[in-house]
Ligand binder design. Structure first.
Ligand code: HEC
Ligand code: HEC
Ligand code: HEC
Ligand code: HEC
Ligand code: HEC
Ligand code: HEC
Length: 508
């Protein structure tokens, strides 16, 4: 090859596009190495820095790498336009020429280095998009309710992706595609408030939950104590001691108890998007015979039944809130009394705090202020001696009440503790009674039972209307409501009182 051509090879690279490209590569490489080192040393956990280190910098590096040959190619093409010089369409690669050889070796070595840097960033980036920092904090406002509730739940150490994506490449890709849509919604401020549920394309629970909870190892019963306190001057303790019939080995033929549903095929038709009303249920028996139950209040025609989408019941039809668990103000006060974080000797504290928490506020700052002022005024006016003698306990109680608000109310997302119904149980929402209301009947006259003992057994109860020491085996309601206890769904009385900030979901 002529010496002439040698000079040109380097000349191709002396152009502004190539130089800018090289600078970008250099800067991006340095930044990536510096931040990856920082991360390794200090465990940096900031979602925004993560976005730069794993996406923006590698993007810049690849873009810069592409600019280098692009600039050279443009120059070469321009020179090639001149037929006198006579450069062939593609460059000749003569490895016997020392200069070309050196350039080629240099090119190969730097390619390997860049592939390594980009590769490490990509692996880290993959890990990063799987982290709770990415899912829960990057879109801070949008995911605040879910992230806050998750952090304070039995699954606080289980990553978002373990339930929302699960193992395998197929769902990873699906999740990233829908993730892109979500990032777009965040950038354009077009997310719905509140985020609507049920999530339509949630991965079937069989392949996520059962990864950790295999039903074969369930055991038959779980004793649970429900603590309550009366909204009276003494905040009188109430206690319900129950054996919950979880149902062991639900996949065996003679399975009994609550997880019975897991071993069988139960399908249902939902009457609304939130699946709060269930007019039709079909359960397959061991003999393959299907029993159909209908709600006589919402009859469906044969035609409607054939056409309607039937959902195969899975874990999330009962455990729809395994981790994003919000608590009612009343439950929160109960929890704080039982753990003594709020002093139970403050007269009427439960009643006062619950009433303040249930009022509508437009921001958590406004709520904090109102809670403090409200509680202080109440005690100054009604119990001035408590306000002075128990000043420390009172100020602690105020702080905890403010925290209760922040834990369960998210005005920016229009989410409150009762925005998302929790289907486990039947106290605040119909839950199990969506089917087990004692009304769903099969043509042969079989009823989905509402018998108070099929799901749990009362082992004992302490309450102001039960004589001390008396052994109770059926639930005694704290106020006498007669037959209503069995006829009306608990949630018909118990869900009122909580204001629903979710009424009419909106878009920004
Ligand atoms: C133990 C499993 C599990 C974990 C861990 C988990 N989720 Fe969920 N998530 C669910 C289920 C189940 C639903 C409800 C689906 C439904 O009702 O359709 C849900 C619903 C949601 C919703 C819809 C709105 C709502 O509140 O129902 C969002 C948003 C969400 N999760 C985000 C997250 C984020 C962010 C994390 C991590 C910080 C996370 N999830 C961790 C199981 C989980
Ligand atoms: C990565 C593992 C993992 C996955 C996936 C997972 N869980 Fe869990 N789950 C746990 C752990 C750990 C606990 C806490 C166990 C304990 O407290 O003894 C738990 C606890 C629970 C509990 C008991 C809560 C309580 O009140 O004590 C329920 C119910 C539950 N999980 C349901 C689910 C459901 C439904 C899903 C799927 C949406 C799911 N889990 C997915 C690991 C997991
Ligand atoms: C018919 C409703 C229903 C279905 C379907 C259901 N569960 Fe449950 N599960 C319950 C109830 C009710 C409890 C008891 C809750 C309590 O005590 O607060 C429970 C308890 C649990 C517990 C805690 C057990 C313990 O020892 O404390 C786990 C874990 C669990 N379920 C996992 C699952 C998984 C996984 C699936 C799906 C394969 C599933 N459940 C399907 C209703 C259901
Ligand atoms: C989609 C409808 C549906 C929902 C929701 C539902 N169940 Fe069921 N359940 C059924 C059907 C159908 C049967 C079988 C009735 C029969 O044939 O006796 C059943 C049976 C049962 C049984 C009796 C099993 C046995 O021992 O024979 C228990 C216990 C039970 N359910 C508990 C619950 C609990 C607890 C919940 C709420 C967490 C719940 N169910 C929610 C439909 C439902
Ligand atoms: C289909 C199953 C089922 C039937 C039928 C049922 N329950 Fe329950 N009940 C549950 C479950 C599940 C829970 C536990 C929820 C939880 O762990 O938070 C519960 C919880 C309770 C609690 C405690 C609530 C609390 O938060 O303090 C009481 C009280 C109760 N049930 C009373 C009754 C009475 C009275 C009846 C009969 C009218 C009845 N139940 C019928 C499933 C059932
Ligand atoms: C007709 C309306 C009505 C129905 C139906 C009803 N309740 Fe109640 N419930 C009340 C009233 C009123 C109170 C009293 C408020 C108080 O003093 O705490 C109450 C209080 C309670 C409490 C004590 C709460 C606490 O924080 O101390 C429990 C537990 C309870 N009910 C359970 C149930 C269960 C379980 C059902 C369904 C099987 C049910 N209730 C059905 C009206 C009703």
């Amino acid at each position: 090859m002529e010496p002439q051509e040698k000079i040109k090879v380097t000349r191709y690279f002396m152009n502004s596009i190539t130089i800018i490209g090289s600078l970008m590569v250099l800067i991006a490489t340095i930044l990536i190495i510096v931040f990856l080192t920082l991360e390794a040393v200090s465990g940096l956990d900031n979602p925004y820095i993560g976005m730069f280190v794993y996406f923006a910098f590698p993007g810049m590096l690849i873009f810069g790498l592409a600019l280098i040959p692009l600039g050279a190619w443009l120059i070469r093409e321009r020179i090639r336009k001149n037929p006198e010089i006579g450069i062939p369409a593609l460059p000749r690669l003569d490895l016997n020429d020392m200069h070309t050889l050196r350039l080629t070796v240099y090119f190969l070595v730097s390619t390997v280095v860049f592939i390594l840097v980009v590769g490490i960033a990509a692996v880290k980036g993959y890990e990063f998009t799987e982290s709770t920092t990415f899912c829960g904090e990057l879109c801070h406002v949008v995911m605040e309710p879910e992230h806050t509730a998750w952090k304070d739940s039995p699954h606080a150490h289980v990553k978002c992706v373990e339930c929302h994506v699960g193992p395998g490449a197929e769902w990873y890709v699906k999740a990233k595609i829908s993730g892109l849509r979500q990032v777009w919604a965040v950038l354009t401020h077009s997310w719905p408030t509140p985020i609507s549920t049920p999530i339509e394309h949630l991965r079937p629970a069989r392949s996520t939950c059962e990864h950790c909870h295999w039903p074969e190892k369930f055991y038959a019963g779980r004793q649970k104590l429900f603590y309550h306190y009366a909204p009276n001057e003494e905040n009188t303790p109430r206690e319900i001691n129950m054996m919950i019939k979880i149902g062991g080995t639900p996949k065996t033929p003679n399975a009994m108890g609550i997880h019975w549903h897991v071993g069988r095929e139960v399908k249902f038709i939902a009457g609304d998007k939130k699946r709060l009303s269930i007019p039709y249920v079909a359960a397959k028996g061991l003999d393959g015979k299907i029993t159909e139950y209908m709600d006589p209040a919402k009859p469906l025609s044969r035609d409607e039944i054939t056409k309607a989408e039937k959902r195969l019941m899975d874990c999330t039809d009962c455990h729809n809130k395994p981790t994003h668990i919000y608590h009612s103000p009343s439950e929160e006060l109960d929890k704080h009394f039982v753990s003594s974080t709020i002093d139970r000797s403050l007269p009427y504290f439960k009643k006062v705090a619950v009433e303040l928490l249930e009022k509508p506020y437009t921001s958590s700052e406004e709520a904090s202020k109102a809670i403090e002022v409200g509680i202080k005024e109440y005690y100054a006016k009604n119990y001035p001696e408590v306000a002075t003698k128990k000043a420390v306990a009172l100020s602690q109680a105020i702080q905890h009440t403010q925290k209760i608000y922040k834990r369960n109310f998210f005005p920016k997302m229009k989410v409150a503790w009762n925005t998302y119904p929790n289907h486990i149980g039947h106290f605040y929402t119909p839950g199990c009674f969506r089917c087990h209301d004692g009304k769903h009947k099969s043509p042969e006259g079989k009823v989905i039972s509402k018998d108070c003992t099929i799901c749990h057994e009362v082992l004992g109860q302490i309450q102001e209307n039960i004589p001390a020491g008396k052994q109770v085996t059926t639930f005694v309601h704290p106020v006498d409501i007669g037959d209503e206890l069995y006829k009306v769904n608990c949630s018909d009385c118990h869900s009122v009182g909580g204001h629903d900030v979710s009424a009419g979901s909106t878009h920004h």
